[in-house]
Design a protein around this ligand. Structure first.
Ligand code: RTP
Length: 143
């Protein structure tokens, strides 16, 4: 699947609390696996408030920020893997599920921006950084 180490990108995919609560973990993981992404780490955990605030710090000034933090910390989240960042974002679809194309995860499985079931890193640099944050000690690409 991977031509050379230089081309490997890491992305951090998070199935958000609504995705876990709705029983969509298998469905979502399956879509990434079928695409050919390699799963390198997986954990189910409740995101601490400080980590959620750090993760979404660029959105700190937005009016929906407190709601977003409540949402992300409301239940367990899952998944980390290796794949192509831009391709993962395509599989996920637009932030607002009503604008997400049918066939994408959000297009098929969600209706509200505030309950959009999944997160994917938006750049290779952020992929590395987020894996470091959510999976301390597992920042290197394995194979
Ligand atoms: P994410 O980081 O979660 O993958 O989402 P994204 O890049 O597609 O979207 P971004 O603009 O970074 O927004 C992060 C998350 O904040 C929530 N949001 N709520 N108007 C609203 O109520 C609103 N706008 C954004 C969503 O959960 C979005 O995924």
């Amino acid at each position: 699947l991977v031509a050379s180490m230089e081309e490997v990108e890491q992305t951090y995919i998070m199935i958000k609390p609504d995705g876990v609560q709705r029983g969509l973990v298998g469905e979502i993981i399956s879509r990434f696996e079928r695409k050919g992404f390699k799963l390198t780490g997986l954990k189910l955990f409740q995101c601490p408030k400080e980590l959620a605030e750090e993760h979404y710090k660029d959105l700190q000034s937005k009016p929906f920020f407190p709601k977003l933090i409540d949402y992300i910390t409301s239940g367990p989240v899952a998944w980390e893997g290796v794949g192509v960042v831009a391709s993962a974002r395509k599989l996920i679809g637009a932030t607002n599920p009503l604008n997400a194309e049918p066939g994408t995860i959000r297009g098929d499985l969600a209706v509200q921006t505030g309950r959009n079931v999944v997160h994917g890193s938006d750049s290779p640099d952020n992929g590395k950084r987020e894996i470091g944050e959510f999976f301390p000690g597992l920042a290197q690409v394995v194979e």
